[in-house]
Design a protein around this ligand. Structure first.
Ligand code: 13P
Length: 245
């Protein structure tokens, strides 16, 4: 039996509404959370519900602009503002931010630093595109992501191979071997950075059917779930998979 709690993160992306969030948080009150740390990441307008939720909340992004807490940056939300709502985590560098908003490793590092400054735990997302994978660049992209985005202790890393995310042309699910190799590599790089023990999540097409197998692989401390985190009927089997490990 695994000793540490697994971390199960639900990334709602730009989906959901207040009613859906109420249903999710109310239903979560009846779920066994003794083996899993569950973190819900709804769109920014809904993170105020963090204080009423039985599980932790995360934002999907934060500003990386200096000086950090406030300033003339229309549309941005600072890490300090997120922390004030009782939200404890923030995703940074999700591949959809990199793809649609041009976020680079340098920008992601700034966001992670701002999060750490106010006591939020950044969940730093890294992962290669299908073109990068086919060109044999997976390890180089992953290593650069870690070395350039992770500013130090207190972070969580999420490996999301971009070609395997369900929203990317259906996603080609990665095999357990692919996942294991990547996570071993990531754990080794983190160790070489003096960051051994940093939790490493896997995130791409995780669902109730494959969660148990993925979560028992070495160096996998949890899952970052997209499409299957929106409805309790899809999300709870992922959480429950942890109880059977
Ligand atoms: P899916 O679980 O829908 O593949 O999404 C993964 C993801 O991008 C989570 O951040």
């Amino acid at each position: 039996m695994a000793m540490n709690k697994k971390i199960i993160v639900g990334n709602w992306k730009m989906n959901g509404n207040g009613d859906m969030l109420n249903v999710m948080t109310e239903t979560l009150k009846g779920v066994d959370l003794s083996r899993a740390t569950v973190i819900l990441c709804p769109p920014m307008p809904y993170i105020g519900a963090a204080s009423k939720s039985p599980v932790d909340f995360g934002a999907q992004d934060c500003s990386g602009h200096e000086p950090g807490t406030s300033g003339a940056f229309t549309g941005e939300v600072s890490a300090a503002m997120i922390a004030e709502t009782g939200t404890k985590y923030v995703l940074v560098g999700h591949s959809e931010r990199r793809l649609h908003h041009g976020e680079t490793n340098a920008i992601v590092a700034e966001k992670a630093k701002q999060a750490l400054k106010v006591g939020l735990t950044p969940i730093i997302c890294i992962g290669e595109t299908v073109e990068e994978r086919n060109a044999g660049q997976t390890n180089a992209i992953v290593e650069a992501g870690l070395r350039e985005c992770v500013p130090g202790k207190g972070c969580i890393v999420a490996y999301e191979p971009r070609w395997a995310i369900s929203a990317v042309s259906g996603g080609i699910p990665a095999t357990p071997k692919d996942i294991q190799e990547a996570h071993e590599f990531i754990a080794g790089i983190l160790e070489s950075m003096g960051l051994a023990g940093t939790p490493i999540l896997y995130g791409a097409s995780v669902n109730g059917d494959n969660a148990a197998e993925i979560l028992t692989l070495p160096h996998i401390d949890g899952a970052l779930v997209g499409a299957k985190s929106l409805k309790p009927a899809d999300f709870f089997p992922v959480i429950e998979a942890v109880s059977n490990l």
